[in-house]
Ligand binder design. Structure first.
Ligand code: AMP
Length: 502
């Protein structure tokens, strides 16, 4: 068996690796580190969770020990598709580079230009960026790329999905041809292969997992659902509540808007929940993630972009609220659980509209996924949306606006509170703040009390607020939030409800 000491890494690096508690390199590390130290180009086909970050960080640290940075001329450049991944790589440099005095600059959106600019001015040994932000700095004339000796392109397939390839091509042209390139991708579709052929010279190919394989330790189930979001939300809640072993879960949606809607719904139903999507500012995202990692939030609703590659070691469950449109995303999502040989469970809500995507998933992973309670042909009749029924039809089936108006101020004020809450971004921020106030050192008693899966962490709260929430919840049928308000929601001005001529 290979040890870290056999790979050719410097003493400083080895000592930091030992301090991090790692003794045996993972296969991608064993395969990539020695040729990277010989300044060879690398084509690494590996998913997150395989130790791939250290497979480029450790040799880079060793190589960077010789030489020093000059102002505005970074020595190495790492491109990441998302801010979180970039921040995670920076954390890896802190951890393994603690015996080095290197300047690490993180250039990501959502952080002030000035601060980043100061780091560039001091001279960066390592520049870790999302492509857009790097080009912004470059266009402002704040940096010269002619000193870059090592270029790392991480998660190349994700870059492709996110439309970053033209940016990457532009950036690669700015960097000397003599550079060393380390290129990583979880999958190798033809476009990525072409890109690799263009960027790499005689690379060492290191492949550690069959592309598009899902871990054997993850139980996968499809769950039949009707297409309406409130139906799916009800199915999801039941599923979450039915999981005895649920420690924490990531719930994936395909769209940012759905992340916000689902987050709001689960929060209303009293689950301990946070959300992560690309439009949130950096501080909120990092805080949310930290709270999820620390267990202050049990459920994290996320989009693919935000969650790709996040290193959250022990997620017990993954729920796909939407079937991913790209089958590879399924593999990545499911890869959030069952990491490092642990067992995990995943559930994917499938509606009649989604069958072509679920078929594509089965084809990609080369296996049939079992249905939880019978497939789509066993689906009971859909629930009727109480909201829609209430607003549009009276008991005799006629349009009944007056009745709606007569529901009384109490009912209206209940709905008003929902509409006011519709500013999901602000709401997510509020939850971030709330989560920040939850101290990890909770009493054993409290922990016991919240032991029930998604239950909200017990914390000191204002009893008046709790009463209001209970009262609001009593006015809602448990199974249904109703359809997401569109436009004015229930606050439609009366004049807009006057029926038009047929
Ligand atoms: P990554 O694939 O880079 O996201 O790494 C996944 C996880 O594996 C991270 O938590 C790393 O800290 C951890 N890790 C990296 N290298 C090793 C190793 N040699 N042995 C055990 N864990 C490791």
């Amino acid at each position: 068996m290979t040890n870290f000491a056999d790979l050719g890494l410097s003493q400083k690096v080895l000592s930091a690796v030992t301090d991090a508690g790692y003794t045996i390199p993972t296969p991608i590390q064993t395969g990539a580190i020695p040729p990277a130290l010989q300044r060879r180009d690398i084509l690494g086909i590996a998913q997150t969770g395989t130790g791939k970050t250290a497979s480029f960080v450790l040799p880079m640290l060793t190589l960077l020990e010789k030489g020093r940075a000059r102002a505005r001329m970074p020595r190495t450049l790492i491109l990441e598709p998302t801010r979180e991944l970039a921040a995670q790589v920076a954390e890896n440099f802190d951890k393994y580079g603690k015996n080095h005095k290197l300047n690490i600059a993180l250039l990501i959106g959502g952080v002030s230009f000035d601060e980043q600019d100061r780091k560039l001015e001091r001279g960066a040994d390592v520049l870790i960026c999302t492509p857009g932000r790097l080009l912004d700095h470059f266009e402002r004339g704040k940096l010269l790329m002619s000193g870059v000796e090592i270029l790392v392109i991480d998660e190349a397939d994700r870059m492709l999905d996110m439309g970053f390839i033209p940016d990457i091509e532009r950036i690669a042209k700015l960097i000397p041809f003599t550079r060393q390139t380390l290129f990583f991708s979880a999958t190798m579709p033809p476009e990525i292969q072409k890109l690799a052929d263009r960027f790499l010279q005689n690379p060492e190919r290191v492949e550690v997992a069959r592309p598009a394989s899902t871990a054997q330790t993850v139980t996968q189930r499809f769950v039949a659902a009707h297409a309406k979001d409130y139906e799916k939300r009800a199915v999801l809640r039941d599923l979450i509540r039915a999981q005895d072993e649920l420690k924490n879960a990531i719930i994936f949606c395909n769209r940012k808007k759905d992340v916000a809607d689902l987050f709001r719904s689960l929060d209303r139903h009293g689950f301990s929940v946070g959300a992560l999507h690309g439009d949130m500012d950096q501080r909120s995202r990092m805080t949310m993630l930290a709270n999820f990692k620390d267990g202050n939030i049990k459920l994290l609703v996320a989009s693919d972009v935000a969650a790709r590659g996040l290193d959250i070691p022990d997620v017990s469950h993954v729920f796909n609220f939407d079937v991913p449109i790209h089958a590879e995303d399924y593999v990545h999502r499911i890869g959030r659980t069952g990491r490092a040989g642990r067992s995990g469970a995943s559930f994917t809500l499938v509606t009649k509209r989604d069958t072509k995507f679920s078929d594509a998933i089965e084809k990609l992973i080369g296996q049939k996924v079992e249905w939880l309670n019978g497939d789509l042909s066993n689906l009971p009749e859909p629930m009727e949306s109480h909201d829609t029924g209430r607003r549009e039809r009276g008991r005799d089936g006629r349009k009944d606006r007056k009745k709606d108006g007569d529901r009384g101020s109490k009912a209206r004020s209940d709905h008003k509170s929902d509409t006011v809450r519709a500013d999901s971004e602000a709401e997510i921020e509020t939850v971030v703040e709330r989560a920040e106030s939850v101290k990890p050192a909770r009493s054993a008693e409290n922990k016991q009390a919240q032991n029930n899966r998604g239950d909200r962490p017990v914390r000191a709260s204002n009893p008046a607020n709790d009463d209001n929430r209970d009262r609001r919840n009593r006015h809602r049928r448990d199974y249904d939030d109703g359809p997401t308000p569109v436009g004015f929601g229930d606050e439609i001005p009366a004049f807009m409800l006057i029926a038009g001529k047929a």
